[in-house]
Design a protein around this ligand. Sequence first.
Ligand code: NI
Length: 167
Amino acid sequence: MAILPIRIYGEPVLRKRAKEITLMDEKIQRLASEMLGTLRNAGGIGLSANQVGEELRVFVVDRSLFQTDDSPLIIINPEIVDTHGEQTEEEGCLSIPGTYADVTRPLELTVKGIDLNEKEIIVEAKGLLSRVLAHEIDHLNGILFIDHLSSIKRKLLSKKLKKLSTR
Ligand code: NI
């Protein structure tokens, strides 16, 4: 199975709003499985399709890293339907290597979407999973975790970010 190259900060695809998936074909199945392999290879928790250069609304989460349920979570055309509370924890991103910062996210969140069998799924997440889902859905809307930081904090990271975007 192919390991896909992960797109790094500065690449325009990370700033695109990914498109709804309207046809569940072999291409989507293969993309999801390659994304999962790429995610595990990179040792990350979540990966969205635009991080591997595909402007499609799908992301994968490796739940084995933090939950007893270790089946991977693959959500197509995800939608946040409910949120509760707040949490602030340090966050990073495979597309912004070596950069970490505190980000405030919903403490609990409910996401609706479809799975690879075209069945509707509803995921009620808390804590870290809630954070990961919010982070991945942001990706599909062209939003990166650094966008949630204050301008002062972003400024502190600007040298690092510039380096990444001009590799
Ligand atoms: Ni990310």
